[in-house]
Design a binder for this molecule. Sequence first.
Ligand code: 6PG
Length: 469
Amino acid sequence: MKGDIGLVGLAVMGQNLALNIARKGYSVSVYNRTPKRTEEFLKEKVRDEKIIPCYDLKSFIDSLEKPRRIILMVKAGNPVDEMINDLLPYLDPGDLIIDGGNSHYQDTSRRIKELKEKKILYLGMGVSGGEFGALYGPSLMPGGSEDAYKMVEEILLKISAKTEDGPCCTFVGRDSAGHFVKMVHNGIEYAYMQAIAEVYDIMRKILNMDSKEIGDIFENWNNGELNSFLMEISYKIMRYIDEEKGVPLVELILDKAEQKGTGKWTAQSALDLGVPTPSLNLAVEARTLSYFKDLRRDLSKKYERRVPNIPLEKEKILKDLENSLLFSIFMAFSQGLWLISSASKALDYGINLSEVLRIWKGGCIIRAKILNFLREIINKNPENVNLLNDEKSLSFINDKLDSIKNITKIARDFNLPTLVLNSSLDYFLSITEEDLPANLIQAQRDFFGAHTFERKDKEGIFHVQWEKF
Ligand code: 6PG
């Protein structure tokens, strides 16, 4: 038996993806650097699936049908380059490598170029959905050349998640488009998670709700407009009881958030491309701030905070919280899509935003009911890349504006940081304000550095001597 497709890297995601492909009727050759893992995978996970274990690269390559199709599920960064270099001596022109990790899009662009010279095809493919998604249907974001995509289209469509709008996989765009879109997916993921966390903080510290009660509200919201994977896991998290201590586990988890870099890359690329993504950026900052646990503990003792005596209407605040979450999630998508659109123009990706929203509808971490609404908006006018210029957006936002103002104010009064909720509101207030105080920034720049400015009342570039030396 020859392998229809090969998969390198048998960490959990790789194992599950291999099983998913095999369960769709394909034979899958697998290889892992440490043979022990391959043996364990075979023993513990593989049943009737057509999995061909290979213990050295030569036999792995020999086991594959030609042209060969090889998915890499190895750690992003150097391990990808190392594996490509190890594979190269055995490959023939026309073979295809697919990188299914969270690679930086610039690495993917470089690899595509390098391998093109060697006539090896390459796809950079975002894979979202965690372990469960990899096994039962992820959202797949492949990018590169369409020829390369055609070689695996059938398999990818079969293994991806399905919604009423079709399989959650499409050819995302040229070059590193797939990994760029996956990176922004993660940027939105960070903002989405942080917005939920900020709302949770307000519920527990201002409304004095316990985890069970918060879980019930989250579940309730998940049955409405906020229906989404992240809302669903959040209510389940609230209810998970630690066996040893008999209390909700979430209350025992140290408040230090880790990150592997995709959120930071999103912020970096937004800054490079000059696209405003404050909610995504501040979600990264929130994780970074959380990391200084010891410092926070020490400083919190020095800056005692008084709890204000303000009457609170719980039911109204809960409704405002629900609205604030919807508002912030909308703004996170607005920023993320704007960033993707800018990158698509700058890097000539040829990305279709409606298709991106469609393949995010299932399988991935940010799958959410609101995507249907966002897609309706973008379908009406594909140029409306930040979604704001639309009658439906207008009423959606206006409906929630008082709520988010109220919530960010209450949070301030009670000394709670709300980086993403605040920045979502500030993003909206800035981008919908004709007259910003940037005139003063320009004047200051011209004052100290003769950087020049434009005027409202006449054309041209100006500089004045603000003060005699
Ligand atoms: C996904 C996720 C996944 C990511 C984790 C952890 O779409 O399945 O985005 O790819 O690796 O969410 O990311 P952080 O460690 O940066 O939180």
